[in-house]
Design a protein around this ligand. Sequence first.
Ligand code: AMP
Length: 114
Amino acid sequence: MNCVFCQIMEGKIESKSVYEDDNFKAFWDISPQAPVHLLIVPKEHLEPAQGFQDSDVELLGRMFLVAEKVAREQGVFDKGIRLILNIGHDAGQEVPHLHLHLLGGRKLGRLVAE
Ligand code: AMP
């Protein structure tokens, strides 16, 4: 599949990985917006813009547990983090494959910049 995150999962595109288990990989965003800017990405290709299913609930919940674990490992959880899930055009979603942005390591600004 011509999906950049699927290609990262398959090792066809390099990433700076910080975490991996059977269902998820977490790696540095290529264009970081904070001292810590990681992407928590399910290995399975889900597209949030298509809507979620009941069968996605376990994976969606686990994605937040992975985000917390990674944030703690990066030493940013206690001071505060922001998790962002962009869905669709108006949110500026660039990569259709489900991913959670984990931002931390500095005081983050307004929730919506513009
Ligand atoms: P979104 O706008 O929520 O779809 O965010 C997609 C994110 O993926 C952006 O923050 C990009 O900087 C990031 N990104 C795109 N390609 C790569 C890549 N090859 N490795 C790491 N991050 C990437």
